[in-house]
Design a protein around this ligand. Structure first.
Ligand code: ADP
Ligand code: MG
Length: 236
C-alpha cells in the first residue's frame, strides 16, 4: 500500500499542496482528477521521489520512504510515465523498452506491448529514437515501456494528452493489462471521462483534496462542481 500522509508542498513562499492524504491499495486503479494547476503533477513528483514534501510523509507498506529518491523508489517498484516524456535519442525502441537489455523480455511480449499502444512492432521495434518521432509516438513508447516493466505502481501523468481521439480506448486497454499483470495504476488527468475508467478517484483542486471515492461518484461530483466553484487560491 502506498500512502501520502498530510503532504504539504511549498515553493517560493507559496503553498502548492495543503495537507494531502491519499491511499493506493494493491490491485486497484486510481485517478487523480483536477483542473490545470490543481497540484496533480506536484503530487506525482512527490510519489515518485522527484520532489520532497515540505511536510508530511510518503509511506510504502507502512515504511517511511519520504527521503528516498527516484532511483531508490524505482527499485521498490514505483515508476512513472511523465507528462512530457524525456527525450532519449540514439537508441532503438527495442533497447529503450528493455532498458538496454537489462530487462529480459521475449520478442512476443515486446510486440504485444507495442501493438497495445498502437505502434505496429514491425515498424517500430527496430526504429531509432530520434527527432523524426512525434510527441504522441514518444508518449506511446513510454507507456509501452511501463507495460513491459510491470512495476508495482505505475504513475501516469496525463497519459491521454498529446494523443488523438483513440486515447480513451487506449487508456482502457492499458488499465486492463496493468490490472492483469498486478500493477496498481495512479492515473493523473483533467478529463472526467478518462478518470471514470479507474476504480477509485481523488478530486483535487487548489492543492487540496475535494472528494474521494468510487470514480463514478467522484466524476459526477466533478462535473457538477468544477469550474463553477468560488474556491479561489488564497481563500481560507
Ligand atoms: P497540475 O499538474 O494539476 O496542472 P502542478 O502540480 O503542475 O498542477 O502545479 C500546481 C501549482 O504549482 C500551479 O499553480 C503551478 O503554477 C505551481 N508550480 C508548479 N511547479 C512549480 C515550480 N517549480 N515553481 C513554482 N510554482 C510551481
Ligand atoms: Mg500536470
Amino acid at each position: 500500500m502506498l500512502c501520502l500522509r498530510n503532504v504539504e508542498y511549498e515553493k517560493n513562499g507559496r503553498k502548492i499542496l495543503h495537507g494531502v492524504n491519499m491511499t493506493f491499495r494493491e490491485g486497484m486503479s486510481y485517478s487523480i482528477l483536477g483542473p490545470n494547476g490543481a497540484g496533480k503533477s506536484t503530487i506525482a513528483k512527490i510519489l515518485i521521489g522527484e520532489l520532497k514534501p515540505t511536510a508530511g510523509e510518503v509511506l510504502l507498506d507502512g515504511r517511511d520512504i519520504t527521503g528516498l529518491g527516484v532511483t531508490e523508489r524505482a527499485r521498490l517498484g514505483i515508476s512513472m510515465a511523465w507528462q512530457e516524456p524525456a527525450r532519449y535519442e540514439g537508441i532503438r525502441i527495442r533497447e529503450y523498452l528493455t532498458l538496454g537489455g537489462k530487462l529480459k523480455a521475449e520478442e512476443d511480449e515486446i510486440r504485444e506491448v507495442l501493438e497495445l499502444v498502437g505502434l505496429p512492432s514491425e515498424l517500430y521495434a527496430g526504429r531509432m529514437i530520434d527527432k523524426t518521432l512525434s510527441g504522441g509516438e514518444r508518449k506511446r513508447i513510454e507507456l509501452a515501456s511501463l507495460l513491459l516493466l510491470k512495476p508495482r505502481y505505475a504513475i501516469l501523468d496525463e497519459p491521454d494528452s498529446g494523443l488523438d481521439i483513440t486515447a480513451g480506448e487506449l487508456i482502457e486497454e492499458l488499465l486492463g493489462r496493468f490490472k492483469r499483470t498486478g500493477t496498481t495504476v495512479i492515473l493523473i488527468t483533467h478529463h472526467d471521462k478518462i478518470a471514470g475508467k479507474t476504480d477509485f478517484a481523488y478530486f483535487v483542486c487548489a492543492g487540496r483534496l475535494v472528494k474521494k471515492g468510487f470514480s463514478r461518484e467522484v466524476v459526477e461530483y466533478y462535473r457538477k462542481t468544477c469550474g463553477r466553484c468560488l474556491f479561489v487560491e488564497g481563500s481560507p
